[in-house]
Structure formats: structure tokens, C-alpha cells
Design a protein. Structure first.
Length: 183
């Protein structure tokens, strides 16, 4: 049976992945609605609230963003009790902690993630975001350049990811961005 036109699937994954696409294409309001739906379907997930928080922030809704981050970090901590080797949960929580101003703890989690998979392009991209948020410009650019060297070429994310705002005027960031092809 075909779902009604315009309906939102009742499982979290399609909403989550479509929300990521909407975020990358600059559709923050739509991304937010999809992340919210994914959270309603799977309230224990750490990914949707942590990514949703950035959309809240980008839309000027910082208090809601902070609440979503706290929830996402708590969910990631619970997830890691059962899945201690899930590097994505570690680096996403590190990002949330950085945004919440818990810089020392964020750095510890980032270091933990890097020790787990030092050559993971997606991890390095996210570490670039974390380091940029922590004011560690050189480290952030090193990670982004290494991620690109390992094949991560998601130009739309680099162009729109507000976690990288502190790097935008830097010549190395512009060189990296210009080396990528829009997909």
C-alpha cells in the first residue's frame, strides 16, 4: 500500500537521512521538522537531537538547540554504555559538548574518537568542526584537509555547516573549498 502523498514515514531512518539532505541544501526549517519526527519515532537516538540542535541554533532558537544537545549527549552516553566502540557516538557527543561550552570534556571525547579511528574521513571532518568550535583553527584545518585527502568531498556541508563559521575567512579553508566539486 502506498502512503498518502506528503506523509512522513513512521520509521526514523528515512526522516533522519532526508533531514541531513535538507540541512546540506540549506533547508533548515524542513530539516528541523524531519529531525523532530525522527526523534519522536526513536527517542533513544543520539544522532537526530545532536544534528537537530545545530538547525535550531542556525534558526536563532538557541535554547531549544541547547536542550536538544543535552538530550543527544545523554543518549550518546547511554548508547556508548552498550556500544563502547561506536566512534560516531563519541565524536557527535564531543561536538555537542563543544557547543554547550564544555570545552575540556569535548576535547577529551574528540581525542578518544581520534584514537579509535585516526584515518576515518568522516571522523576527521567532524573533528574539524569540533576544533573550529573550540577555537583550534590549525587543528581544525588539518583535520578537514586530511578528510578531503581521504576522499571526503562534501562541499555542500563545508559551505553550510555553521560549526565551521570561524574558518570561513581563512585562506586554507577557501583553498580547500575551491578544490572541491559541487555534487
Amino acid at each position: 500500500m502506498k502512503p498518502p502523498s506528503g506523509s512522513i514515514p513512521t520509521c526514523s531512518r528515512p526522516n533522519y537521512f532526508f533531514a541531513r539532505h535538507c540541512f546540506a541544501s540549506g533547508q533548515q526549517e524542513k530539516a528541523l521538522r524531519l529531525y523532530e519526527h525522527a526523534m519522536r519515532v526513536r527517542p533513544e537516538d543520539y544522532q537526530a537531537p545532536l544534528l537537530m540542535a545545530q538547525s535550531y541554533d542556525d534558526l536563532g532558537r538557541g535554547e531549544e538547540g541547547a536542550a536538544a544537545r543535552r538530550r543527544g549527549v545523554e543518549n550518546a552516553e547511554e548508547h556508548l554504555r552498550l556500544n563502547p566502540d561506536d566512534v560516531r557516538a563519541v565524536y557527535m557527543a564531543a561536538n555537542g559538548l563543544a557547543a554547550l561550552g564544555e570545552h575540556e570534556r569535548s576535547r577529551q571525547w574528540a581525542d578518544r574518537a581520534l584514537a579509535m579511528r585516526p584515518n576515518d574521513a568522516m571522523l576527521l571532518y567532524n573533528l574539524g568542526c569540533i576544533y573550529a568550535m573550540l577555537g583550534l583553527t590549525g587543528e581544525a584545518l588539518d583535520c578537514l584537509e586530511k578528510a578531503a585527502g581521504l576522499g571526503l568531498m562534501q562541499k555542500a556541508w563545508l559551505e553550510r555547516d555553521s560549526n565551521l563559521d570561524s574558518l570561513r575567512a581563512h585562506a586554507r579553508f577557501q583553498t580547500l573549498l575551491n578544490s572541491m566539486v559541487a555534487l
